[in-house]
Design a binder for this molecule. Structure first.
Ligand code: NAD
Length: 492
């Protein structure tokens, strides 16, 4: 366990923390409530911002609506002009990238090394990717089968309500704002209460980039404020990433309102180790980390059900045990940390509750299972490996969202696929094999939105999302842009 290095002064930017970014200005919030961010490393308060209210959402939606409805401001600009704005926005985010990494890490416990590679990089990458993509979308005029032509236009869908979780707050916000802005939409973003300081910095970057007033508005708040945004009469589309429970409620609202919605929800993905897989940690360790434990297990796509062939079951358990026990646990802002704390005290209780359930249901803990020794502050949980359970165990069925892996035995490839598919989720997964054709055949049979072979990383060019209770719709790739565009056929 490394020693605490949490900074006392966080790089929250130059703008007053007691204001909200609405309509291109830093405005006084309508309520008096505050969101206080607690360091997961120490349990101490590290900052506070206004707790948004329904009135703030009304103001933000009004600003976004006005910016959208006048086509001269944003929605009707030539794609090249919007693309230029997106690239300036990317530059301003880049200029603050170390601060973004520090803020995210300090708030949610993401190891700073992970934050520097993802949170600090992904948003600007996506803005540039979607700037290029929208610029390349030329006119689509087709020869009609009944004579004449059809002009198939891609029009921005309108005002977007974007609701973001705390685990990858910048990246998952950018999954929404980058394609939405490229398409010509305007947004109201509601960050999660756990990660509000980085969203303040995002607003500062948007302002510095000279985005027209009202194109991006940010209102931090809890679930009531989120629910209010989802059902707001002037919202045209909802984009949500978060838990399946919240997603279900949002889907109900959007169903009633016939409002388009993209839902990126929970997961319980399978890491399928085939009997010919390379298991040398010196070779696969980094990729295994991203696929199973990244961000302290607080990542939606992680393959926390490790499916091992009976013939190599003990070996897989030993490798995972060595892997998990080798992790450097510590303060998330320490550059050597691989596993930081859980994002909140309540979340650690939840993770520990699952570890107790795994024990009670007969699981054998081969490493971890508790809190690291000698630590009296912060919400740390040791990386934990369970053996001896099958796929019916609670910890094999429910999303834990912590560093807890369960190794489950299987007979043959067909059995592995059947177990992988025996889940209410379908978001990620990996297949580990030295034979790519065989791995591809297994990957093709798994019911999931994404899957990797001997590695896993969501790539900007490819659609990302889930099936079953893991969600509806896709983000990233050209499909992620299409999700913010209405098609209009003009017969001419
Ligand atoms: P959460 O659902 O509690 O909250 C997510 C966001 O939604 C927060 O901003 C929250 O304030 C808001 N919210 C909650 N209930 C709401 C409601 N009824 N209406 C409107 N807004 C509401 O999730 P969390 O604990 O912040 O994040 C963890 C969850 O997110 C995990 O289940 C994880 O798997 C999921 N997740 C999914 C993906 C993906 O791409 N599929 C990515 C990251 C995280």
């Amino acid at each position: 366990m490394s020693t605490a290095t949490t900074q006392n002064t966080l790089p929250t930017g130059d703008k007053p923390l007691d204001s909200l970014f609405i309509g291109g200005e830093w405005v006084v919030p309508q309520g008096t409530g505050q969101i206080t961010v607690i360091s997961p490393n120490t349990g101490d308060p590290i900052g506070a911002v206004p707790d948004g209210t329904a009135g703030d959402i009304d103001a933000a939606v009004r600003a976004a609506r006005a910016a959208f409805d006048d086509p001269r401001i944003w929605s009707g600009l030539p794609a090249a002009q919007r693309a230029a704005h997106l690239r300036r926005f990317a530059d301003e985010i880049d200029a603050r990238k170390d601060d973004f990494a520090t803020l995210v890490s300090a708030q949610n416990g993401m190891p700073i090394g992970v934050a520097a590679q993802l949170e600090a990089v992904y948003p600007a990458t996506l803005l540039r990717y979607y700037a290029d993509l929208v610029e390349a979308q030329g006119p689509d005029v087709r020869d009609g089968m009944f004579g004449g032509k059809v002009d198939v236009r891609r029009e921005p869908i309108g005002v977007v309500g974007a609701i973001v979780p705390w685990n990858f707050p910048q990246t998952l916000a950018a999954f929404k704002f980058a394609p939405a802005l490229a398409a010509g939409c305007t947004l109201v973003i509601k960050p999660s209460p756990e990660t509000v300081l980085d969203s303040h910095l995002l607003a500062e970057a948007a302002e510095a980039a000279g985005l027209p007033a009202g194109v991006i508005n940010i209102v931090p708040g809890g679930r009531e404020v989120g629910a209010y945004l989802v059902s707001h009469p002037d919202i045209d589309k909802v984009a949500f990433t978060g838990s399946t429970a919240a997603g279900t409620s949002i889907a109900e609202t959007c169903g009633r309102l016939l409002r388009p919605v993209t839902l990126e929800l929970g997961g319980k993905s399978a890491t399928i180790v085939l009997d010919d897989a390379e298991l040398d940690l010196a070779t696969i360790g980094n990729e295994l980390f991203v696929a199973t434990l990244a961000n302290n297990g607080q990542t939606c796509f992680l393959g926390t059900r490790v499916l091992a062939p009976r013939s190599r079951y003990d070996e897989v358990v030993d490798v995972l045990t060595a892997f998990a026990s080798s992790m450097q646990i510590g303060d998330s802002l320490d550059a050597t940390t691989q596993i930081g704390p859980m994002a909140s005290e309540r979340h650690r209780e939840r993770v520990e509750g699952y570890i107790s359930k795994g024990r009670a249901e007969g699981g054998r803990i081969t490493t971890g299972g508790g809190r690291p020794s000698g630590v009296d502050a912060g919400w740390f949980v040791q990386p934990t490996v369970f053996a001896g359970l099958d796929n019916s165990a609670t910890i094999a069925r429910e999303e834990i969202f912590g560093p807890v892996l369960t190794v489950i035995g299987y007979e043959d490839d067909a059995d592995a696929v059947a177990i992988a598919n025996d889940s209410e989720f379908g978001l990620g997964g990996t297949v580990w094999s030295s034979n790519e054709d065989r791995a591809r055949a297994v990957a093709a049979a798994v019911r999931t939105g994404t899957i990797g072979i001997n590695r896993y990383i969501p790539d900007p060019v490819a659609p990302f999302g889930g099936v079953k209770h893991s969600g509806m719709g896709r983000e990233l790739g050209p499909e992620g842009l299409a999700a913010y565009q209405n098609l209009k056929s003009v017969y001419c």
